[in-house]
Design a protein around this ligand. Structure first.
Ligand SMILES: CC(C)(COP(=O)(O)OP(=O)(O)OC[C@H]1O[C@@H](n2cnc3c(N)ncnc32)[C@H](O)[C@@H]1OP(=O)(O)O)[C@@H](O)C(=O)NCCC(=O)NCCS
Length: 167
């Protein structure tokens, strides 16, 4: 697996799992009813955001996109020294280390960019796999906004703000 900068042509291969993950209603509060066209700007953000894909190069160069992450300043101007990020791994490729590799990539990228820390604004508290992964990478839960996420199966659940200080 390699992680590289995403290009425009990657979006049609990200979209199917982006759509599936949003439709599951367990992890992300993107607008409902996005299409491949309208969903694109929610993930393929321009600079200063940095969007990457984790790909399996395949035996004959026939790349498969396993997951994607976007990262950038959490706020503009006087908040731009803190980074944020979002992650999606194709459900068919989850549990194989792709998310951890993307998380480690984020830490390296943010350190290289001189960021002071990384803030995750909205980690669904019932997303225990993600919470465990972020904790393992050094993030802590700063607080939890109660009932801030309308989970498709569980109803109103909390959103964690998680933070990793880098300097
Ligand atoms: C969260 C997500 C990015 C993780 O990616 P992944 O490729 O499935 O995760 P990995 O295979 O790298 O596993 C990472 C670690 O989490 C652990 N883990 C996975 N599920 C877990 C669970 N339910 N409880 C505890 N640990 C868990 C794994 O054991 C692994 O630990 P290790 O690296 O020490 O072996 C991915 O599942 C995903 O895209 N989910 C849907 C969208 C989402 O939740 N995004 C993040 C929002 S904050």
């Amino acid at each position: 697996m390699i992680i590289r900068k995403a290009v425009t042509e990657d979006w049609p291969r990200i979209w199917p799992f982006f759509d599936q993950i949003v439709a599951q209603g367990r992890t992300y509060a993107y607008p409902l009813g996005l299409t491949r066209q309208t969903g694109r700007s929610w993930w393929m953000e321009p600079s200063p955001s940095h969007v990457v894909v984790a790909v399996d190069p395949g035996p004959d160069g026939d790349e498969r996109v396993l997951g994607s992450a976007k990262m950038g300043p959490n706020r503009p101007g006087r908040g731009a020294h803190v980074a944020t990020a979002s992650f999606m791994v194709d459900p068919g490729a989850q549990g194989q280390g792709v998310g951890r590799a993307l998380g480690e990539y984020l830490l390296t990228w943010a350190r290289a960019g001189g960021y002071h820390g990384i803030q995750f604004n909205a980690v669904v508290e019932t997303n225990t796999g993600a919470v465990a992964l972020w904790r393992a990478l050094g993030f802590e839960i700063i607080g939890t906004v109660p009932e801030a996420f309308d989970h498709a199966e569980l109803g109103l659940v909390g959103l964690h703000v998680m933070y990793h200080r880098l300097s």
